[in-house]
Ligand binder design. Structure first.
Ligand SMILES: Cc1cc2nc3c(=O)[nH]c(=O)nc-3n(C[C@H](O)[C@H](O)[C@H](O)COP(=O)(O)OP(=O)(O)OC[C@H]3O[C@@H](n4cnc5c(N)ncnc54)[C@H](O)[C@@H]3O)c2cc1C
Length: 378
C-alpha cells in the first residue's frame, strides 16, 4: 500500500528534484516499519531477511530511492540488533529510539582516501576515559541530513591497522555533518547522498561490541547484498510491469493477435524470475542458518563459501537489473524513452545503473577471484 499509494505517487518529483522521499519515510514510520528488524524481545517486529527483502522489493517498485533508504536503514538496524545485544546502551537504543521513536539511521562507511574499500579506514575513534570523539571525511552519505543517527566505520584506535575497525553509533545532537559536495547524479537521486565531513562525540559504550570484521561478514555484507538485490529486482519488476501493460494495450487494440513484442516480454520475465529466485534463495538460507543457533550461524556466515555466494548474488543482480530495464525499453520503444509518458523507463534505468558501482563490482570480483584461487565453490 505504501509503495503504490505513497512512494509511486511522489517518485517522479523525488527524482526530478533530487529530494528526500519525506512522504514515504513518514508513512513507513506511521506503519512502524522502521523497527521491523528489531528483535521481538526489544519491542520490534523481529522480521527475518526474507520479510525485510520483500518489503524493500515492494517499496522499490513504487520508488527506487525509497527502497534504497529503507534497505540501508534495515542494514544499520541489523548490525545493532545482531552485535549490540548484551550492551545496555544498544538495547536501550533499540527500544527507545528505534521502536518507540522510529528513528532513521544513516551509514558512513566511505572515506576519502580508502577508494571504496569498506574494510579499511583512515579515521580512528579517540577515547578519553569513557568519552570518545571521531572525525571522518566521507565521500558519500545517503540521507545523512535527514537521519536521526549515523553508524560510522573507523579504526579502533590511532595506532590500529587500517582494517582493525569498529562501528560507532552517533545520535542526532552529538554530531555535525558538513556537506562537501553535491548529489546531482544519474539515478538514486532521492537518496540525497553528497560527501560530508563528519565530527561526532559521545560515550565509549556507543562503540558496537566486537570487530567490524565480524559485523561486516556476519551482518552488513549479507544484509546489504540481499536487500539491495531485492530492491533492484523490484525496480526491474516495475519496468517490466510497464512493458507488460504496454503489450497488453497493443493486444487489446488488435483482438485475436499476439503483438510482435510479446515474446520479447516473455523472455525478459524468465530473467526476472531468475533474479528474484536468486535473492529469495539467499534470504531463506540466511533465515534458516540464523534460526539454527547463533554460534553455528556466525561461523557459517564467516566462511569463504558464504562470502562467495553473497558476492555472486550482488554481481548478478546488479548487472541483471539494468539489462532488464534495457529490455523493457526495447519492448516499449519511444513511449518508454519519453520522460513524461506513463510507460517511461528513464528513472528505473538510471536508478539501477548505481547497482554495479555501489561497492564496485570490479572490486568485488577481484575479492572473489582471490578466494576462488584457494576455494572450490562446487
Ligand atoms: C546510491 C549510492 C548510495 C550510497 N550511499 C552511501 C552511504 O550511505 N554511505 C557510504 O559510506 N557510502 C555510500 N555510497 C558509496 C559506496 O558505498 C561506495 O563507497 C562507492 O560507490 C564506491 O566509490 P568508487 O566508485 O570511488 O569506488 P572504488 O571501489 O574505489 O572504485 C573506483 C574504480 O576503481 C575500480 N576498481 C576498484 N577496485 C578494483 C579492483 N580491485 N580491481 C579492478 N578495478 C577496481 C572500479 O571499477 C571503479 O571504476 C553510496 C553509493 C551509491 C551509488
Amino acid at each position: 500500500m505504501i509503495a503504490a499509494e505513497v512512494a509511486a505517487i511522489h517518485a517522479a518529483d523525488v527524482d526530478a528534484a533530487s529530494r528526500f522521499p519525506h512522504e514515504t519515510i513518514a508513512a513507513l514510520k506511521s506503519a512502524r516499519l522502521l523497527s521491523a528488524a528489531v528483535p521481538v524481545d526489544c519491542g520490534g517486529a523481529g522480521a527475518g531477511m526474507f520479510e525485510l527483502a520483500t518489503q524493500c522489493a515492494t517499496l522499490a517498485q513504487g520508488c527506487g530511492s525509497s527502497g534504497m533508504v529503507l534497505a540501508m536503514h534495515h542494514i544499520q538496524v541489523a548490525c545493532i540488533a545482531r552485535h549490540g545485544r548484551g550492551s545496555a546502551y544498544f538495547e536501550r537504543y533499540l527500544r527507545d529510539n528505534l521502536v518507540a521513536r522510529q528513528d532513521l539511521i544513516a551509514s558512513i562507511t566511505s572515506e576519502n582516501g580508502t577508494f571504496g574499500d569498506t574494510r579499511s579506514s583512515i579515521c580512528a575513534v579517540a577515547l578519553d576515559g569513557d568519552r570518545m570523539t571521531l572525525e571522518k571525511d566521507a565521500t558519500t552519505v545517503s540521507y545523512g541530513a535527514h537521519a536521526d543517527a549515523q553508524l560510522v566505520t573507523c579504526r579502533r584506535a590511532a595506532d590500529a591497522a587500517a582494517s582493525d575497525q569498529v562501528l560507532v553509533l552517533f545520535e542526532k545532537g552529538a554530531y555535525t555533518l558538513a556537506q562537501t559536495g553535491t548529489w546531482d547524479t544519474l539515478g538514486m537521486r532521492g537518496t540525497c547522498s553528497p560527501g560530508a565531513k563528519f565530527a561526532g562525540h559521545g560515550r565509549a559504550e556507543q562503540i558496537l561490541p566486537g570487530t567490524f570484521a565480524d559485523s561486516s561478514a556476519q551482518t552488513m555484507v549479507p544484509y546489504s547484498h540481499i536487500l539491495w538485490s531485492a530492491l533492484w529486482s523490484g525496480i526491474a519488476a516495475d519496468a517490466l510491469g510497464r512493458a507488460a501493460t504496454f503489450v497488453r494495450n497493443a493486444a487489446r487494440r488488435s483482438p485475436g493477435t499476439v503483438p510482435p513484442n510479446a515474446p520479447h516480454l516473455a523472455r525478459a520475465y524468465v530473467e526476472l524470475q531468475a533474479m528474484r529466485h536468486n535473492w529469495e534463495a539467499c534470504a531463506r538460507e540466511f533465515d534458516e542458518l540464523t534460526a539454527e543457533g547463533d554460534a553455528a550461524a556466525r561461523e557459517e556466515l564467516g566462511t569463504m563459501a558464504w562470502a562467495l555466494r553473497m558476492n555472486q548474488l550482488k554481481m548478478s543482480c546488479s548487472e541483471m537489473a539494468p539489462r532488464l530495464c534495457h529490455e523493457a525499453l526495447q519492448i516499449i520503444g519511444i513511449m518508454g524513452y519519453k520522460n513524461d509518458s506513463p510507460f517511461s523507463i528513464g528513472r528505473h534505468y538510471r536508478d539501477v545503473l548505481s547497482a554495479a558501482l555501489m561497492v564496485s563490482n570490479e572490486r568485488i570480483a577481484s575479492k572473489s577471484a582471490s578466494m576462488l584461487l584457494v576455494f572450490k565453490d562446487n
